[in-house]
Design a binder for this molecule. Structure first.
Ligand code: GLU
Length: 596
């Protein structure tokens, strides 16, 4: 890999005022090796109850995969706004003994009856307003998170599948304490009234007088416990029999009922493949395959940043400028080219090809922001301009066990509380709003991420596992946050590899999201504030860029949107040189990282 010193780079750029030298090529990529473990294990997730459930399972001799089942079961109970049984997920698993990295895809799937017009109002011929699309039956895809976990459990589980639900069942029966974040979400999302429109959700999230559950309220959920018992006996219990029927009954309700059938559910299968990996400097970076754009986009940001001396520049305005420019370009490619590979050809290899990324990086001028950020064309593809909306829900967790098995999983019901409809004790997802609402663009070109029956909507979820130059496991990373996930995750990889930060420091770097022409950045000194975006509660002012740095970015021509709080929920586990583990949890949410 060719590394260019900052002086040489700045000298070259001041002559050329264009981009850097080409980076390395794919055939120089480092490999994946085996990793000897010296730790008993660690769990980092968005809620302490979920972390304790995972640790209990590790203590009882379960693997990281067993623990993942327990963590997800608890998250679905205590953090129903973000993820759950009714949602989907992407998971990366590194098997330290075999030296393999697997990508599991439990993404929701559109029912066979879904058409390209899924979100087009037949009366006006125009796309529905986004909120109408979310709060509907037709936004719900066949849920995949649990069957994906089961598939991975068959590969990597060490103890009985059923036992992993025990703690969540007890917590659901005895009740859990409503956390400040959950209480805040019920209050704010509840204010839009849709959550109250659903009988099950109204009875569950609100007191009899209609007020939202307060912080510390002990909420039991016997229906959820019953569903977990059914799942512990039959991992496909959501997709057949009475629970499947309960889901269908709710999906079929007005307004905008969905077309999902028992056959759609019976047909659902999770997917498993090798992870999508590329090199960054001397490290190997592995993420999910499409239909998530998270792997491609994070890795293409890194590929474009790679020729620059980020280590020498440190976390400066200059570095954030490079990061922003690379992000603009990577988001443009991701918007145009990534969708379900079983429906459209997705050229991940071309998109991550080092020569291609060098031509993209060459567009970056150190002194000035680009006037226009267009997608490249690595494969001479004709694709329409994407019209996929964006909204945040989701949770990311990570687990390492004593054998060195590593899990990095991002899991979601899409928006806050998904479609805001509840069945069998859990929320139904609104994942199909991750499709483009339009199927063709103004020029008449087909849009890659258009809805279709049986198709999986594009995701931004980006669970990653990073390997050191010896091919050993180094760290995991990933976050919730809609399409901002890509920027949140990429900054942590640069923070750790280039800036030598600890996991916690990397998480607490300011979030800088450069997409569609605007740089949104956490800015220090602004009071955190509630906004109209329901999940936005971050106490971000603490982590923001200084106003001086923001001004330096403006001086380069960037259009800034100063953010008073981002909703990253980054969780990282890092393997130290002596084999011990360090964790990091995002203070913008309620998570913790704890080891055994
Ligand atoms: N549905 C989004 C996705 O799959 C995630 C939403 C979020 O992170 O809040 O990319």
């Amino acid at each position: 890999m060719k590394l260019i010193s900052s002086l040489a780079l700045i000298a070259a750029l001041s002559l050329e005022t264009c981009g850097p030298q080409p980076g390395g090529t794919a055939d120089q990529a480092p490999g994946i090796g085996k990793t000897i473990s010296k730790s008993k294990g660690m769990v980092a997730a968005a809620n302490p109850d979920a972390v304790e459930a995972g640790l209990d399972i590790l203590r009882a001799g379960g693997s990281a995969l067993d623990a993942a089942v327990g963590v997800q079961a608890v998250l679905g109970l205590v953090e129903p706004q973000s993820s759950g049984l009714g949602g989907g997920a992407f998971m990366l698993v590194y098997d330290a003994k075999k030296g393999e990295v697997w990508a599991y895809d439990g993404r929701e799937t559109a029912p066979a009856g879904a058409t390209a017009e899924l979100f087009i109002d037949p009366e006006t011929g125009e796309p529905f307003r986004f909120f109408e699309g979310i709060a509907s039956g037709r936004s719900t895809g066949v849920p995949g998170a649990v069957v994906m976990l089961h598939q991975a459990h068959q590969d990597h589980g060490k103890r009985d599948w059923a036992k992993n639900f025990n703690r969540a069942i007890t917590l659901a029966e005895k009740g859990f304490r409503v956390s400040p974040r959950l209480a805040g979400m019920i209050e704010r999302v509840g204010a839009f009234l849709v959550l109250k429109r659903d009988d099950n959700a109204r009875a569950y999230f609100f007191l009899e007088d209609g007020s939202p559950l307060p912080v510390g309220f002990v909420r039991d959920n016997p229906e959820y416990a019953k569903t977990l018992r059914a799942l512990s006996e039959n991992p496909r219990a959501l997709l057949e029999g009475p629970i499947a029927q309960a889901i269908l009954d709710v999906v079929a309700q007005e307004p905008l009922p969905g077309t999902m059938t028992l056959e759609d559910m019976a047909n659902y299968q999770p997917r498993k493949s090798r992870a999508l990996c590329s090199s960054y400097r001397q490290h190997l970076i592995c993420g999910p395959q499409p239909p998530s754009s998270g792997g491609v986009a994070v890795q293409s940001i890194l590929g474009m940043v790679e020729p620059f001396d980020m280590a020498g520049l440190g976390p400066s305005a200059q570095s954030w400028h490079i990061f922003a420019e690379a992000s603009f370009l990577a988001y443009a490619d991701r918007n145009k080219y990534v969708a379900d590979p079983q429906y459209v050809q997705v050229e991940t290899e071309q998109l991550l090809n080092k020569d291609y990324l060098s031509t993209r990086a060459a567009l970056i001028n150190m002194h000035a922001a680009m006037a226009d950020y267009k997608a490249g064309n690595p494969s001479e593809f004709m694709r329409g301009k994407d019209a996929t909306p964006d909204s945040p829900g989701t949770s990311h967790f990570t687990i390492v066990d004593g054998d060195g098995l590593v899990v990095s999983m991002t899991t979601t019901v899409e928006s806050a509380f998904g479609s805001q409809r509840m069945a069998a004790g859990f929320m139904l997802n609104n994942q199909l709003t991750d499709f483009s609402f339009k199927a063709v663009d103004e020029a008449g070109l087909p849009i890659a991420n258009a809805p279709a029956g049986g198709k999986r909507p594009r995701s931004s979820m980006a669970p990653h596992i990073v390997f050191n130059p010896e091919g050993e496991f180094l760290f995991t990373t990933g976050s919730p946050g809609g399409s901002s996930i890509i920027a949140y995750t990429a900054k942590t990889i640069i923070g750790i590899i280039d800036w030598g930060l600890s996991p916690q420091e990397a998480i607490e770097l300011p979030n800088v999201i450069a997409r569609r022409g605007t740089v949104k950045l956490e800015t220090r000194g602004l009071e955190p504030e509630l906004t109209d975006e329901p999940e936005r509660m971050g106490p971000a002012a603490r982590f923001g860029l200084s106003e001086d740095m923001a001004k330096a970015l403006e001086a380069k021509g960037h259009k800034l949107r100063r953010s008073k709080g981002e909703i990253s929920g980054l969780h990282i586990i890092y393997r130290n040189e002596d084999g011990s583990l360090s964790g990091g949890a995002d203070p913008r949410r309620e998570g913790v990282a704890r080891g055994l």
